[in-house]
Design a protein around this ligand. Structure first.
Ligand code: GLU
Length: 424
């Protein structure tokens, strides 16, 4: 609800507002020209289209879809397509900006894109999802391509969605084109390890952040909000290292075991919806209670804007690692900065997803499959390189981890713009 008190943060800061504030903070530390900055504050383009769907009952529903292109100075646009009732043009632009920084921080040769369909996938049958996805692939043809813009899974979409998308695009193209999307099942050109990658990278950077603070992962308690693909894989990775994952949640609520849950026994939200809050654990909590638990590490891995001016003062974790895109509003971020709670930003923490997407794209265009151990080894290397670049800025400039990550990313994007120049 909007407030009349100007000091009171609106409940819903849009992704693009958050992203622009973060850009300005990083820009204050760098010599990026004003003309480049002005370009980076905006999306290059936003494509809006309608996607008609014949429902199973024979009626027709028409949905709105967007594909935002933020910046492609370093390579083709890259980013997910989400199916969610809350998708808006502004959200797609903000999420596309985050993809630009994520790819630059990881030093992979992609730019930032993102899109979505305004639809609740829970309302659709599997057949309806397939028809919607095939028609979407057709509607997006003018703006996508394996060397132009490569979609991937995001909220509400998964490897099966990417398989339908790739098939529809390939049928129209007249040739199998696996590099049109990433996040496909391995049997049709997907990469081993892609599904687990965003959660795995959250685990890797949590390990690094604990090491940086001289903390022993085996003496660490972790709470994970959102036990979908990202949250479950992060939790399992950290449990394997010896951490106690004491709480996890889905949309319906959280489960809590102070002695540590068996995260392999809890089926994740995608494996079996509703099973997390239905799991037989010593205690159940609300999602809000999970966020304010007295744990060492909090991993918000559900949706955006869950850490706000309203609850940031109540957070008791010593370290926050962002599994979701944009889980903290700018106000929450300032409160964490004042309270000296380190926040490892989304653009690093969940970047394993787009990094293994890049590996997948390389495998698709070179027609050569990598083993899972090669994928995981190269992912680990890329994460450690990005961590090192961020750490250098963190130490040299005495900024937050987020600012440090943005400084690395913006410097790379800014230099690329300077080098290519403005055409014509
Ligand atoms: N949707 C994921 C993200 O937000 C993955 C994007 C991709 O793999 O292109 O990073």
């Amino acid at each position: 609800m909007a407030s009349t008190d100007p000091a009171h943060e609106p409940e819903e800061e849009t992704a693009v507002e958050t992203a622009r504030r973060q850009l300005e903070r990083a820009a204050a530390h760098l010599d990026v020209t004003e003309s480049t900055l002005e370009r980076l504050r905006r999306a290059t383009s936003v494509y809006r289209t309608t996607v008609p769907l014949e429902r199973d009952d024979g009626s027709t529903e028409v949905y709105t879809a967007y594909r935002a292109h933020h910046d492609d100075v370093r390579g083709p646009y890259k980013g997910g397509m989400r199916y969610h009732p809350g998708v808006t043009e502004q959200e797609c632009i903000g999420l596309a900006m985050w993809m630009t920084w994520k790819c630059a921080l990881m030093d992979i040769p992609f730019g930032g894109g993102k899109g979505g369909v305004v639809v609740d996938p829970k309302d659709l049958s599997t057949d309806e999802k397939e028809r919607l996805t095939r028609r979407l692939a057709q509607e997006l043809r003018p703006v996508i391509g394996p060397m132009k813009d490569i979609p991937a899974p995001d909220m509400g979409t998964d490897p099966q969605t990417m398989a339908w998308f790739m098939d529809a695009y390939s049928m129209q193209e007249g040739e199998t084109t696996p590099g049109i999307v990433t996040g496909k099942p391995p049997v049709i050109g997907g990469s081993y390890g892609r599904e687990e990658a965003p959660g795995r990278s959250v685990g890797i950077v949590t390990r690094k952040a604990l090491e940086y603070d001289d903390r022993d992962v085996t003496e660490t308690t972790v709470a994970v909000q959102g036990f979908g693909s990202v949250g479950a894989n992060a939790a399992r990775y950290l449990e394997d290292l010896g951490a106690d994952v004491v709480a996890v949640s889905d949309v319906d609520g959280a489960i809590y075991d102070p002695a540590g849950l068996d995260t392999n026994d809890v089926e994740d939200h995608d494996e079996r919806p509703g099973m997390v809050s239905g799991y037989d654990a010593p205690e159940s909590l609300t999602n809000e209670e999970l966020l304010t638990l007295d744990v060492d590490v909090l991993i918000p891995a559900a949706v955006g804007n869950v850490l706000t001016g309203e609850n940031a003062h109540e957070i008791q974790a010593d370290l926050i690692v962002e599994g979701a895109n944009g889980p903290a509003t700018s106000t929450a971020d300032r409160i964490f900065e004042d309270r000296e709670i380190p926040v490892i930003p989304d653009i690093l923490a969940n970047a394993g997803g787009v990094t293994v997407s890049y590996f997948e794209w390389l495998q698709d265009i070179s027609r050569r499959t990598w083993t899972l151990s090669r994928v995981n080894e190269e992912l680990e290397n890329e994460m450690l390189n990005a961590w090192a670049a961020m750490q250098t800025e963190y130490e040299n400039r005495d900024v937050t981890w987020r600012d440090a990550a943005y400084i690395v990313a913006l410097r790379r994007v800014g230099e690329a713009h300077d080098m290519r120049g403005l055409w014509p």
